[in-house]
Write a protein that binds this ligand. Sequence first.
Ligand code: IDP
Ligand code: MG
Length: 360
Amino acid sequence: MDGVIVDSALYHMRSWQETYRSTGITFTEQDFKHVFGMRNDEIIRLVLGKDFTDEKFKAIAQAKEVAFRQLIRSYVKPLPGVIKLLDTVDAAGFLQALVSSTPVENIDLIIDSLGVRRHFREIISGYDVTEGKPSPQGYLLAAHRLGVHPADCVVIEDAVAGVEAARGGRMKCIAVTNTHPAERLAAADMVVSSLEMVNVGIIERLLTQNSGLAERSHMPIEKSLVLVKPDAMKRRLAGAIINRFEQRGLTVVGMKLIHMDATLARRHYAVHEGKPFFDGLVKYITSTPIVAIIFEGENAIELIRRTMGATDPAKAEKGTIRADFGVDIQNNAVHGSDSPENAAKEIALFFKKGEIYGVY
Ligand code: IDP
Ligand code: MG
């Protein structure tokens, strides 16, 4: 965000200047360059010296934040080319995510002031990652949440550590020289002096360079809903069942214990409404708390169906969960979504967006 979408350094400097002016201290652009990147408390300590009271410290810190927010709300402008690029990339059908180490409050403030929130399917802030750039964690998490391969991603960066993060995540990188000179960004696949020079055609060309990569997989990354059903819960088989899927390389990205009510059960099994076993099925699935899990991985939906086995345990192949743990056609231990459309519907029935996590 900073240095790519918006130049917030300018607004930070102006808010410090305003704050210090009111206390009679001059704060020059040179002073700002010196403190840029430091935390607010360090900056205040440096400017005021040792002789200040806690109250004065707090008042200055607060005044600076108020001034910053006010300036952003009233004056913030996107860097050149940003709005057009966001619009055209959206129109071309790409998914966009914002990855910033800035606290989420400032991300919210800036993207709402600019009116660009709708462009971002996912927003990763400093709170979502344990490692900042140059770790690729933030970018990998964004790809994961968008459901796309890193090799199908292009990162747009202004920072040296950010270019390194993109490379670490095996993503293509376009660096813009808003903050650093081109020499320092040479590790990027492309260096531009302004985002006005970037367009959808350039992004597509960068991505086709990855189409032959050996490590590139052609399987889609999918999410699927798994339920450990009441018969398996009663026999303490939740762990064993989850283990089978984890052994297949699937990742738990959401999990909860939930006692389904009849409304949820009817919605979940809506396709079976009217069948002779429907009422019994609703009664059964609501009879005890169950564990609901979202698994994610390549080809997850089919992989899970194969790991579960046929609906009727008597007909399920040896070594499948239902053959090993199922009792009869109703008490068959486990549920797994049967198509991408149904997986999306089922996941939405059981989980809120904030309850689904990514790479860790
Ligand atoms: P699936 O779970 O393998 O996708 P579905 O045909 O979608 O199988 O049926 C949903 C669930 O309804 C089954 O897992 C099972 O618990 C129950 N069920 C399916 N067919 C019968 C039946 O003939 N008698 C009793 N219960 C059934
Ligand atoms: Mg089914």
